[in-house]
Design a protein around this ligand. Sequence first.
Ligand SMILES: NC(=O)c1ccc[n+]([C@@H]2O[C@H](COP(=O)([O-])OP(=O)(O)OC[C@H]3O[C@@H](n4cnc5c(N)ncnc54)[C@H](O)[C@@H]3O)[C@@H](O)[C@H]2O)c1
Ligand SMILES: O=C(O)CC[C@@H](O)C(=O)O
Length: 409
Amino acid sequence: MSKVSLSKDKIKILLLEGVHQSAVETLKRNGYSNIEYLKTSLPESELIERIKHVHFVGIRSRTHLSEAVLNAAEKLVAVGCFCIGTNQVNLEAAKRLGIAVFNAPFSNTRSVAELVLGEILLLLRGIPKRNAMAHRGQWFKSAIGSFEARGKTLGIIGYGHIGTQLGIMAENIGMKVEFYDIEDKLTLGNAQQVQNLTQLLQRADVISLHVPETPQTKNLIGMAEIEVMKQGAILINASRGTVVDIDALAEALQHEKLAGAAIDVFPVEPKSNDEEFTSPLREFDNVILTPHVGGSTQEAQENIGIEVAGKLTKYSDNGSTVTAVNFPEVSLPELSNRSRLLHVHENRPGVLTQINQAFAQHGINIAAQYLQTDDCIGYVVIDVDSDHSEVALKELSAVEGTIRARILH
Ligand SMILES: NC(=O)c1ccc[n+]([C@@H]2O[C@H](COP(=O)([O-])OP(=O)(O)OC[C@H]3O[C@@H](n4cnc5c(N)ncnc54)[C@H](O)[C@@H]3O)[C@@H](O)[C@H]2O)c1
Ligand SMILES: O=C(O)CC[C@@H](O)C(=O)O
């Protein structure tokens, strides 16, 4: 499958899930005007129809780009996830099809860390329960089950962008911070890395999860893990819904093993604000339930819009794949007075030799060549004189193992 360079007004962009207007503004400022903007996600069957003619798609966490959807996306060049998580996209299938996927790895991390810090303070004081009771006309003025954060131990699981910021903020209010991560991490402030999860669970007054969704993090916290936590501890999950076994959590709350919880993400989340939210946790006054809004602040969404739209623009305009999550990363200078060929191919021996031989046969001079590969695909970018560019594209498209070829003038 190959493509010829399109004028920008022909490049079709579909933005879903109400991404911030800053994305639309960034795309328009860069000359992209053919934008369809929807406030919701789309069910798979509708998405399959709509995505057929689209060159770039922008999504958040509710849109599932399954293999079936990606297979239907004949023209799709890249996906922009206007969020951190990319688990909603079949990244391997996208890669095999030569579709680059970008995200915003840190623009909303401060927002998540701030929300979690607030939840820690409220839960340690037993405020969610007192608040719920007051709404029902009950007056529960008592210090029972109400504690300061100072001196308590916060156990962070996943000490990445969010975990580290939360750790620093928690230390600033006098908490002791310990964390568990599968990688050895540079510890910030006075935080301490512990060697295994059980140790962290046994020692912490509050556990907060900040891991990605992976096969290893599925039900990372279940019945057995809650069992080893301190009596009366607090559990917070603002990472992904698959990380905590919700039924096990509900049971622990029922038996008052845990004093409270704050849950922002769920194994199954409503597809839109019109759908009912169902969860066994709804019955507990001591649980803060939020509709996956950890990163939903004006500041974060605006920054994400600019960041991801900027990455899509750059990939479209000059072929740069820097920070792509499923693609070999190539950093490229701006294109001037030449044409640029972008070639995604299966990573097998001889592809580059074929390309160079074909170009030599046609007397096509290569002004610059950039190549990066991973175990599955190769991405080569070749700058040539514009006079030779159409022949070069034809040759490139005929190379065995070609997944996609595109040209920029
Ligand atoms: N609730 C929200 O709105 C919201 C917003 C942003 C991010 N998130 C979620 O939070 C997650 C974390 O975000 P981040 O920016 O801190 O990511 P990050 O990649 O910077 O950090 C994740 C950390 O988890 C560690 N990790 C991975 N697997 C682990 C395991 N099995 N056990 C222990 N540690 C493990 C990694 O080594 C890394 O240090 C994201 O993947 C996303 O799913 C949710
Ligand atoms: O905005 C969203 O839908 C997802 C937010 C968050 O979970 C993320 O992965 O960045």
